[in-house]
Ligand binder design. Structure first.
Ligand code: UT7
Length: 320
């Protein structure tokens, strides 16, 4: 037995404004058919006035705490993964902390774009295992609609807003909780997926730019490699995995990755059709959907994976 981080609650939040492909096609030169055929996306949620990364994160975190039946004042650590913080500083995690009524805990943001949740999970897991907190909220929350170039049809149709959260609890366990996490980055590919502005360069927020085809090619290779790596490290075979909860960028990436590893496509949680790509929020959002609809159950072996700008990529094996 050793001290492990166990997921004891999940939650998520979506802005009420749901925008279909048909609605998008009224303002952008695109079609429902093109978007579905190339990405599998049918709709996305877009944040409205007053809805921010921190407000969505707070709603998701509250639901995760409620699901676990744990009062907010037990939380000793909040790690919030986002590339779209409310402000350059303070960290949006501290806004969530205040909104939850927590007077004192460790709270900070992690920036690894679409892989942000895997990075945040790994950091929080190691801090919990190291004894720095007994309960930790790990959140992915994004408002990518605010960094999209709504004139660029090649990118603006792909993303949506939302948040997902999990509550980790320190437990003495053998084969339960976060079993393995593996993280990678390769900054040589900065120019394939980036935002063309920032505090220290242009002094403006900037807009998202992507060379989609090249990102796609790297995504399938990197995700297959890191999935293989976490499975080997955990001592489990692909056939033992109950559920894969992938980053939701493109249905074709999910299919190609599953095929490459011989994973049963019926065991892959897919939410990209309804949420589009919500960056760091997509893995915990998909996880919460599959927990709440009863697919993912206690003791299931699940694999989380993501890849995004940087490039960054990573995966985790979890006994739920
Ligand atoms: O979360 C981070 C990771 N991100 C990703 O994993 C994204 C990876 N990339 C992708 O998912 C895909 O590459 C895209 C969905 C972005 C694009 O699919 P594609 O099959 O690679 O299409 P493409 O970019 O090669 O574009 C094909 C055609 C082009 O027209 P021509 O040059 O063939 O005449 C585009 O101009 O489709 C056109 N096109 C569109 N047409 C209608 C591009 N965007 C649109 C659009 N509607 N929204």
């Amino acid at each position: 037995m050793s001290r492990r981080s166990v997921i004891v609650g999940t939650g998520s939040a979506l802005p009420p404004n749901r925008v279909t492909n048909a609605q998008l096609a009224e303002r952008v030169d695109t079609t429902h058919e093109w978007i579905v055929e190339r990405t599998g996306i049918e709709a996305r949620h877009i944040a409205g006035d007053g809805e921010t990364t921190a407000t969505l994160a707070t709603e998701a975190a509250r639901k995760a705490l409620d699901a676990a039946g744990v009062p907010a004042d037990q939380v000793g650590l909040i790690v919030l993964a986002t590339a779209t913080p409310d402000q350059t500083f303070p960290a949006s995690a501290t806004k969530v902390q205040t909104a939850l009524g927590i007077d004192d805990c460790i709270a900070f943001d992690v920036a690894a774009v679409c892989t942000g949740f895997l990075y945040a999970l790994s950091v929080a897991d190691n801090m919990v295992k190291g004894g720095m907190a007994d309960y930790a909220l790990v959140i992915g929350s994004e408002t990518f609609s605010r960094i999209l170039d709504w004139e660029d049809r090649a990118t603006c149709v792909l993303f949506g807003d939302g948040a997902g959260a999990i509550l980790l609890k320190a437990e003495e366990a053998q084969d339960r909780g976060i079993l393995v996490t593996k993280l990678h980055a390769d900054g040589r590919h900065n120019d394939l997926l980036y935002v063309d502005g920032g505090v220290s360069t242009t002094g403006t927020v900037g807009k998202l730019r992507m060379k989609g085809k090249e990102v796609f090619r790297h995504a399938v290779t990197n995700l297959a490699d890191v999935l293989n790596e976490v499975l080997v490290a955990s001592g489990h075979q692909a056939g033992e995995v109950d559920w894969v909860v992938p980053h939701q960028a493109n249905k074709r990436i999910l299919d190609a990755t599953a095929k490459k590893l011989g994973l049963d496509p019926k065991r892959v949680v897919v939410t990209v059709d309804q949420h589009a790509n919500t960056s760091a929020a997509s893995v915990p959002l998909a996880l919460d959907v599959a927990v709440r609809d009863g697919r993912i159950k206690r003791n299931d072996l699940i694999v989380l994976e993501a890849m995004g700008g940087g490039f960054t990529w990573g995966a985790a094996v979890v006994r739920f």
